[in-house]
Structures are given as C-alpha cells and as structure tokens.
Design a protein around this ligand. Structure first.
Ligand code: ADP
Ligand code: MG
Length: 640
C-alpha cells in the first residue's frame, strides 16, 4: 500500500474580511492524495477550490487542521522551508499563465532553478530540453507577449517541471485557452501523471474533469463527492521529504542584476528622473573638488621653486587695496635682508605671429626673474630696467610658446609677435622649465617689462602681486614685520595681505577645508533627496510588480531572495546614478578647464562619491525591499 504524499485532516481556512466579518472558505477538508494521482477538483465559483490548492502548494497556511506532506507535518515548517517545498516539490500552473513578461520563454523556465542554486549552464540546458519536449524548440527566446496562450501555458508547465515537480498544481489551466489548445494541454498533463507526477487540476469543465483518475466535487468549502476511476498503478517518483537549503547567491545576484537592468530599461525616463538627485550630488562633488584642487595647485606652483624664504604680498580686495609700482623699489631700498622683489602683473592673452596664434599667460615683471627664479635663458637676452622705463615693446618667450608660434623651428629672436594689436620684438627665449609636479606647463608664458605690460597691455595702475625674496631666512619674521610696517606707512593703512610660503599653504588649506565642508553639505543634501527619490520609486516598483513577486514566491523564492533582489535593484540604480554623476562631473570640470579654470582630478573623491551613491541604494532601498519580501504570496499572486 503506497503512502499518501499529501494528507489533509480537518483543514479549515477562514479569511478575516473585516473587524467582525469572516469568510469560511474551507470547512474541514479531509483528503489523501497518493503519488501519481491525477485529480480533478470541480465546483462552482467560490466553492474554495483555489484556496485549497494554495494550501496544498504551501502558498498559504490553514487556519485549522493538519497537513502532512510526504509524512511530515508542515505546520512546523518556517517560511524558508515552505519556500523550499514550493521550489522543489511543487510546480504551479495558473489560468493566467503568470509568466514574467520581460523575460524570454527559456528565462522564465529557469527561474525556479535559480532559486534552487542550479548552475547556469545546467539550468539553461535543462530549460531548453523541457521546452523542446513541449514542442517550443523554436520559441526559446520569445517573450510571453510573442507567444499564443497555448504556448504560454506550455512554458508555464515547463517552469513547473524545472525542479522536478512531484506535484503539479494547475488552477484552471485551460480556462483561457481555445478548445484545441485545451485538449493538447490536458493530454500533456495526463502524460505527466502517467510518468509519476501527481497532478491536481482545478476545472469547472466536466469534460476536462472526466479525464482525471479521481474527480472531487466541492461546494461551499466542503468536499461533497469523490469519484475514483483509478485503474492502474502509476510509477512513483522518488521523493526526499527534507526540503533542500541549497542556494547560490551569485547566480541569484546575477539574475537580480539582469532584472534590475530590465526594469530600468523599460522605464528609462522615470529612472533618469529618479537618478537626478544622485547624479547632481555626485557631479557636484567631482567638479568642485577638481576645480578646488586645481586652484590650490596653481597657487602652490606659483610659489614653488622660490624656496621657503619668500614673502608674498597682494592687495586686500575688500579694502580696495593696491600695490603701487613704486612699492617693490622701496622695499628693496629700505628693508635690510631683502635680496630682491619680483612684482607680477599678468593676464591670459593671445600671442600672434603670422598665421599662428596661441593663448598664454603674459606676465609683466622685472629683469631679476632669471636670476631669482634660477631660470636661465636659452638664447637672446632678458629685458632691462630701461625697457620698462621706456615702455619698450620687447618680449621673452617660454619654450611652449615658441613651439606653438614658430612651429617650423625658426629662430624667433628678432621676430615680432603681436599682443593685443601691439607688435613686440622677441629678444629672448627661456630654457625649458618643464611641467610642475602637478602637471602645469611652466613654459607656457611670455615675459614683458613691467611698465610696458602695465601701460600697453593691461592698462593697469597697480601690481597684482609681489614676491619678496629674503636673504637670510633666520630673520624672516623680522623682515616680514619691516615690510608690513613700510607698506602701511606708504599706503596709510593695511590694505594688503602678506604671507610667507608656509602661511600661504596653510591659508589655502584652511580655505579648502571650508570649501570641502560646503561641498559636503551640498552633496549630502542632493544625495539625501536622491535617496528619497530612490525609495519612492522602489516603492512604486514593488507595487507595480506585486504579481511578479508572487510568481517568484510561488516558484520557490525565499523572503531573503526577494529582499536581495530589490536591494540589488536599488543599488544598481544608485550605482548607475553615481557613474553618470562621475562622468558629468569630469565633463563639467573639463568644460571649466576650457575657460581657463585650473582643474586637477583626484581619485578619492570620485571613489567616495560613487561608493556613497551605492550605499544610498542599500539604505533607502531597504524599506521597499522589505515590503516586497513580506508580501503574502497568495495576495501577491492575486494582484493585477
Ligand atoms: P474558487 O477558486 O472555488 O472560485 P476561492 O477559493 O477563490 O474559490 O474562494 C473561496 C471563498 O473564499 C470565496 O467566497 C471567496 O470570496 C473567499 N476568498 C478567497 N480569497 C479570499 C481572500 N483573500 N480574502 C477574503 N475572502 C477570500
Ligand atoms: Mg479559483
């Protein structure tokens, strides 16, 4: 005598529909199902057939009564164990097919095997085999919408069979099919029963029911008649009553990733809007830090090579301060311990020669640059004080400018270049200084005499900055005080800023810290807004895809699988936002650099902001993912 695979005793199911309203969908069902039975359940609509089937398939739990599956009382089983039973022992076939609409036929069939931890090549092979066996060899890569009803239902059966399916549960599988497809499907179910699968079929078609071995009729939640026409012994499939716990996180993650991209690509615009907050946040960080770094580098480069024994002075713009043309000379003459003062007045201008043009930094300064900066000339001479006094239009070129303006390699000395419509005679070329350690080209420069530049090019009545080179840096502080005192005396007030190199760097770093804090708050707010957007859209997505979640649960997904899927989706969305933000940030910084803004890219803010974006996905995706994971499979399946 064969042991029943399913034993129901006194099963009741009561739906609580209101505070004091309840529907008794099942009122004490006793039923034994033997392995290999082909059972048809008949009854009017509302008689409890679907409720019974959901209980048998472990999608739902009875309010009362005991259910033994392969001899084990499943009331002891927790959610994961029930999911394992659904995955490994049951195969569901629904009236409305319930295929994942974005996935191809073969992908749909593979789903239960993913949750069972079957390797990709193995499950692909098996899914292909099943579909071929069901006559769908040439439909493997079709989506459900490209298949007829009969074909979709065969895909659903292949999916049910994917993990073995000791028990096939089919709820009105022919309900949506034409009679021909319906007959084919019945023949298929019959042959599966002959092979040893237990088939439980709900139908309200007496013609269909008549083909089953056992016909059960239900009315108002009770079994009213059982007709047994069974005349043969079916082969019995071996069954392992212990639900498996195998799982394959990588395979599931890959699947989740695919699902994520699929749902993203079906809602490109919506996804983009959702991402916007994150994109803005990340790109703000990247752009601003690139510009901030660039500015700092520029300043440092400017004073690099002058040694620690220098002071830099520039006007305090808040006081409309000015450095006078006579200030450098006065400092050199009156303050002891000063080697030299280098005033600078510069602007970016186009240098023209014949057909060639190049934009460069034109710096008006004094003749002591080659000596003080340890920067000899390659050919020709540097200008003299007299050139400045006479406003002589002469220029000394950096190597880069020579390469750009005289590309044929001709000697530029004695040639004329044009700056702001003024022809300047080239009298010297500097040796190559090379790029600074941070990548600035120090040879991209044209030097002109201080007053020539001030009057003929810039129309400026004061100096932009000056550097005081101190002879003995042991007395740096005293010299600093002397210089300050002299300038205050000359200007009548302290309308300038004076920093030594150490202070200069510290000052810059302080400004940077403030800047970074400001940025962090901008980025933080954008990312927070982005995160809320993600949460919102994920909640919408869970609602839209409730049915899909139900299908996944019916095919054996654990709560954890659903949770992970939605978390991965949220993380993928945010990661994508992070990547877009990064690209945008780099692009914006690139645009800024076209407008003469110094830019320097550093890696860590990029990594950090990208990481933050992904983390936001995890944090803000959690609530929606948990909501999805906690859905009741029956309710989820019934949603539309
Ligand atoms: P059938 O499949 O035979 O048409 P069902 O099992 O779907 O019947 O339903 C049996 C009874 O239980 C019906 O009266 C139905 O209204 C009720 N019912 C089914 N599902 C729910 C539910 N989730 N909440 C409340 N009542 C339900
Ligand atoms: Mg029903």
């Amino acid at each position: 005598m064969t042991e029943p695979i399913i034993e129901l005793r006194g099963i009741r199911r009561t739906y609580q529909t209101g505070a004091d309203m309840a529907v008794d969908a099942l009122r004490g069902i006793d039923l034994d199902i033997l392995p290999g039975d082909f059972i048809a359940i008949r009854g009017q609509s509302g008689s409890g057939k679907t409720t019974l089937m959901n209980l048998i398939g472990c999608l739902d739990r009875p309010t009362d009564g005991t259910y033994r599956f392969a001899g084990r009382d499943i009331s002891d089983f927790d959610g994961d164990a029930l999911a394992a039973l659904r995955r490994e022992s049951f195969g569901f076939v629904f009236q409305s097919y319930n295929l994942l609409s974005h996935a191809t036929a073969i992908e749909n069939v593979e789903v239960p095997a993913i949750y069972a931890g079957v390797r990709q090549d193995e499950r692909h092979r098996r899914a292909g085999e099943l579909l071929s066996r069901l006559g769908l060899t040439d439909r493997l890569d079709h989506r459900p919408s490209q298949l007829s009803g009969g074909q979709q239902q065969r895909v659903a059966i292949a999916r049910a069979l994917m993990n073995g399916a000791h028990v096939i549960l089919a709820d009105e599988p022919t309900g949506a099919l034409d009679s021909h497809s319906g007959d084919e499907l019945m023949a298929l179910l019959e042959s599966l029963a002959r092979e040893g699968h237990t088939v439980v079929l709900i139908t309200h078609d007496p013609r269909v029911a008549a083909r089953a071995d056992i016909e059960i009729e239900m009315l108002d939640g009770e079994i009213v008649s059982v007709t047994n026409r069974r005349e043969h012994e079916s082969p019995v499939l071996p069954i392992d009553p212990t639900p498996g716990t195998r799982s394959n996180l990588i395979a599931e993650s890959m699947e989740s990733m695919r699902t994520a991209f699929r749902s993203l690509s079906t809602n490109v615009f919506r996804t983009f809007l959702t991402l916007l907050g994150i994109v803005i946040g990340v790109s703000a960080v990247v752009t601003n830090l690139a510009i901030g770094e660039g500015a700092q580098e520029q300043i440092l480069n400017q004073y690099r090579g002058m040694g620690a024994n220098s002071l830099t002075i520039w006007p305090e713009w808040r006081q409309r301060g000015r450095i006078l043309f006579s200030d450098p000379g006065a400092i050199e003459d009156e303050i002891p311990n000063v080697t030299a003062v280098i005033p600078e007045l510069g602007r970016d201008l186009y240098v023209l020669s014949g057909q060639n043009a190049h934009e460069t930094r034109v710096t008006a300064t004094t003749p002591n640059v080659p000596a003080m900066r340890d920067w000899p000339l390659a050919s020709g001479v540097f200008f003299e004080q007299a050139d400045s006094d006479d406003l002589t239009p002469v220029a000394v070129l950096g190597r880069t400018v020579v390469d750009e303006i005289f590309p044929d390699g001709s000697d530029p000395i004695g040639e004329y270049i044009v700056l702001k419509n003024v022809p300047f005679l080239v009298i010297g070329v500097m040796t190559r200084k090379g790029t600074s350690d941070r990548g600035n080209d120090r040879d991209d420069v044209v030097f002109v005499p201080l007053m020539t530049g001030a009057v003929r090019l810039f129309g400026s009545r004061s100096i932009q900055s000056m550097t005081v080179i101190v002879d003995d840096d042991e007395f740096l502080e005293a010299t600093e005080n002397d210089v300050r005192g002299l300038l205050v005396e000359r200007h009548g007030r302290e309308d300038f800023r004076l920093l030594n190199r150490t202070e200069l760097i510290a000052n810059r770093q302080e400004a940077n810290a403030t800047f970074a804090l400001l940025l962090a708050s901008v980025a933080g707010i954008s990312l927070l807004v982005g995160g809320i957007g993600i949460m919102n859209i994920m909640l919408v997505s869970v609602t839209e895809r409730t049915r899909e979640i139900g299908i996944r649960m019916a095919t054996g997904a654990r709560q954890r699988d659903i949770l992970v899927q939605f978390l991965i989706e949220a993380t993928v969305v945010c990661g994508l936002g992070g990547a877009l933000g990064l690209a945008l940030g780099v692009a914006l910084a690139g645009v800024a650099s076209q407008f003469d803004v110094a830019v320097a890219y550093t890696v860590w803010p990029m990594v950090l902001s990208f990481g933050c974006a992904a983390a936001i996905g995890l944090v803000f995706g959690f609530a929606p993912a948990r909501k999805a994971a906690r859905l009741d499979p029956v309710v989820a399946l019934a949603s539309d």
